[in-house]
Design a protein around this ligand. Structure first.
Ligand code: NAD
Length: 450
């Protein structure tokens, strides 16, 4: 059933009664949870992916996004009940669908230079099946102004914008909490090409999101919301890092100060640490920087510089720890715990471990690595040797907040390590407990001898 021209209540009713077909393009960490949630709320969902294995698994009711709690059951149930299926045929899916959601990767390098090929590929496929009254939505993160760049491709269908609707509804979530977030942790942000499409988007997302919808005045404004959220985090982490470095110089414990300061409702200091990784927070600032004309986004640029310098500071802490233990860096054994950019997710974009390992090797240290989500081959790619114990290790450096690292066996470490130094780049250990066992403990914003 076509949704353009219906009010939000009718849209909701049509979805819940099973009269609306939604095609979700891209069945990865974001797309698969979304497809399952739409199906759970009554829509007929066709998932589209270029990866045949992914499509086959989904049609068997098997989940390939293991990091997502609750997705196994949600997927299986909706496939078995016939509301969710998958295909590699994006054109056929577009012919059958009333709503097409684009949730493929928006590829960027570390400086936010974009490659929108997957988005354009999907837009071409949709244009071959597009019908009057259809609604096309980008949920993939798009720099402000980019969703509208697919209009000419969609118009290759012979239809003009207005005969079909275009909207943007950014994913405000992350791997591991997608189902929770898209069903009502935060309101959904939507922007659309015209009022009728906006009304349809409100109806669509009010159906699946208990927290409701915030309609924006334009697609570009909706795109900016998601990008600005990321930049806020990057700048705030940079501020936390800057103040933490100051605390180190002045013999203060930054976390103690931040915790107390944050009890006042206008203060939201974030966590200092080994650096900012992932596909989102360190990349979105570049969208704004790269698109800046007269504005010179100095603060955004400086924040990026500060956060990018933190892996180097971790190396400085390693050297300080070794000095205090009376051991030269050259010939020391350093074990890096965590190759991924954060805990619980096997993603490597801008992982702090990489520059840390490289710099320590330049100093002549032997560098080892372990990560519960990785393999010895991953360690090798990073330039380190896989190691699953602490024998002969001088310094343990924690670079990802995996659950396992929060409950390290400190007694075993104490017995096996050669010099007992810990550099906690993710603030996961309790300093008092660690120091009681005779370790030298260092973290960003807290050193023993300034
Ligand atoms: N992962 C996150 O935490 C997160 C959070 C917010 C927003 N996002 C955004 O969501 C989007 C998707 O991210 P993701 O993490 O789900 O990616 P992903 O890599 O987990 O999944 C992407 C899927 O798209 C498929 N795909 C690639 N090209 C395709 C094409 N041309 N046609 C059909 N399918 C195609 C891939 O095979 C893959 O299964 C990105 O724009 C990302 O920036 C991700």
């Amino acid at each position: 059933m076509k949704l353009l021209g219906l009010d939000r209540e009718k849209v909701r009713n049509a979805i819940e009664k099973g009269r609306v077909t939604v095609a979700v393009y891209g069945l990865g960490k974001m797309g698969l949870p979304l497809a399952a949630v739409f199906a759970e709320h009554g829509a007929k969902v066709i998932g589209v992916d270029i990866n045949e294995n992914v499509v086959e698994m989904i049609n068997r009711g098997e989940n390939h996004v293991k990091e997502e709690p609750g997705l196994d059951e949600l997927l299986k149930k909706n496939v078995e009940e016939g509301r969710l299926s998958a295909t590699t045929d994006g054109v056929e899916a577009a012919r059958k669908a009333d709503v097409m959601v684009i949730l493929v990767p928006t590829l960027t390098d570390e400086r936010g230079n974009l490659k929108l090929d997957p988005v354009y590929d999907v837009a071409h496929k949709i244009s071959q099946g597009l019908e009057k009254g259809d609604v096309v939505i980008t949920e993939a993160t798009m720099p402000p102004g980019t969703t509208e760049s697919i209009i000419p491709i969609l118009e290759e269908s012979g239809l003009k914008i207005g005969e079909f609707g275009l909207g943007h509804a950014p994913e405000r979530t992350m791997t591991g909490t997608a189902i929770r977030d898209i069903t009502g942790q935060y309101p959904k942000i939507v922007g659309a090409s015209d009022e009728r499409t906006l009304e349809a988007l409100i109806g669509i997302y009010e159906t699946i999101n208990r927290k409701g919808v915030i309609p924006m005045s334009s697609i570009k404004a909706a795109e900016a919301v998601k990008v600005f959220e990321g930049i806020y985090r990057d700048v705030n982490i940079a501020l936390a890092n800057e103040l933490a470095l100051w605390c180190e110089e002045h013999g203060l414990d930054a976390l103690e100060v931040f915790k107390a300061a944050n009890t006042q409702p206008y203060c939201h200091l974030h966590m200092p640490g080994a650096g900012v990784g992932g596909h989102c927070i360190p990349v979105y600032p570049w969208f704004v920087i790269n698109l800046a004309g007269r504005t010179n986004p100095r603060l955004t640029k400086t924040a990026r510089e500060i956060n990018d310098s933190m892996p180097h500071h971790i190396v400085e802490l390693v050297i300080k720890g070794l000095n205090e233990a009376g051991r030269p860096v050259k010939g020391s054994n350093v074990l890096v715990l965590g190759l991924t950019f954060r805990g619980g997710v096997r993603e490597f974009m801008k992982a702090a471990a990489k520059p840390i390992i490289q710099e320590l090797k330049e100093w002549g240290a032997s560098v080892y690595a372990y990560d519960p989500l990785c393999t010895p081959e991953d360690a090798e790619r990073f330039g380190a040797t896989w190691k699953e114990d602490f024998k002969g290790v001088d310094v343990v450096v924690i670079t990802a907040d995996h659950r396992e690292f929060k409950k390290l066996d400190l007694n075993r470490m104490s017995a096996e390590m050669r010099s007992k130094v810990i550099v906690d780049g993710r603030n996961v250990l309790d300093p008092e407990e660690v120091e009681k066992l005779g370790f030298g403990y260092f973290r960003v914003g807290r050193v023993r001898n300034p």
